[in-house]
Ligand binder design. Structure first.
Ligand code: FMN
Ligand code: SF4
Ligand code: SF4
Length: 261
């Protein structure tokens, strides 16, 4: 089968997952577009037969609940799919398996999968500078290999499902419980954080506020604030989490790229 085009459909609050997905799409050599599933809530219909690069990051060993909900905006039928799970070069948990589990309900047929080490937004010492130029080149080559395998296959179901690496932790989410907060004295009211928040918990007209009941600590608002007015709550506990993560780090890890035979 020859896909007519590709679509990047990524839930990527801080941008690394989307960067990996774009490299895979570029590598296919197909015309491609992009759906930003971290912003907005409307449905995203995709033409049947389009190659979909479906991406989300790991938080606490799993794709965040909001991410799974927003990936559910995609709907198509009999579209081949590359699953892309980005993680902060520590532990991908069962993120890739979370994506595999929701794919059929979206009309997607997984034919390939990527575990992508990227910069850890919460623990800056891990995954610094990832994806590197070499990582991105590997993702582009993999995109080319996926497109070639699809062209060579008679039909979509001639390709075996990708053999996912085993999940590294039990199928439950570790809730870290951090939320974002803002120093109103430092805030200059630019509104960048409100536009970046996937959960819609920063009011555009009062961006120094945060609805902490809905905040899942993704850190998108913190990354875009030009004056560093935003930070995660509970700095002492955050420092302890960072220390534990660095002490137990077994990286750097290589990208893992798998395709069905
Ligand atoms: C709350 C939270 C929990 C995280 N948990 C993990 C984890 O369990 N394992 C890991 O390797 N990286 C973890 N990360 C790092 C993210 O997977 C990584 O920074 C990723 O880039 C974020 O994706 P994005 O840039 O597409 O938003 C976590 C990040 C956050 C904010
Ligand atoms: S307010 Fe919370 S959910 Fe919204 S961008 Fe900031 S950390 Fe993420
Ligand atoms: S991005 Fe920073 S300065 Fe801009 S509105 Fe948000 S908190 Fe204020």
């Amino acid at each position: 089968m020859e896909p007519s085009s590709a679509t990047v459909a990524a839930y990527s609050p801080c941008g690394s997952t989307a960067a990996v997905c774009r490299a895979v799409a570029e590598g296919t050599g197909l015309a491609w577009d992009e759906r930003d599933l971290a912003r907005g809530t409307r449905p995203e219909p995709v033409d049947p037969g389009t190659l979909v690069v479906l991406g989300a990051p790991v938080a606490g060993g799993a794709v965040p609940a909001l991410g799974l909900e927003r990936l559910g905006r995609v709907h198509t039928a009999f579209s081949p799919c590359v699953l892309v799970c980005a993680y902060g070069d520590r532990d991908p948990g069962h993120g890739l398996h979370d994506l595999e589990a929701i794919a059929p309900g979206l009309g997607l047929v997984p034919v390939a999968a990527v575990l992508a080490p990227v910069r850890h937004v919460m623990v800056p010492a891990l995954g610094a500078g990832r994806p590197t130029a070499d990582d991105l080149a590997a993702y582009r080559s993999f995109g080319a290999a996926v497109a070639s395998a699809l062209r060579d296959a008679g039909g979509l179901f001639d390709l075996a499902p990708p053999p996912l690496p085993p999940a590294s932790c039990p199928r439950e989410r570790l809730e870290l419980g951090f939320t974002a907060e803002c120093d109103p004295a430092a805030c200059v009211g630019c509104g960048a954080c409100a536009g970046a928040c996937p959960a819609g918990c920063i009011p555009a007209d009062e961006p120094y506020l945060t609805d902490t009941a809905r905040c899942d600590g993704c850190m998108a608002c913190i990354g875009v604030c030009p004056v560093r007015a935003r930070s995660l709550s509970d700095p002492a506990r955050l420092a302890a989490v960072r220390e534990r993560c660095v002490a137990g780090w077994e990286g750097p890890h290589r990208p893992r790229l798998v395709m069905g035979a």
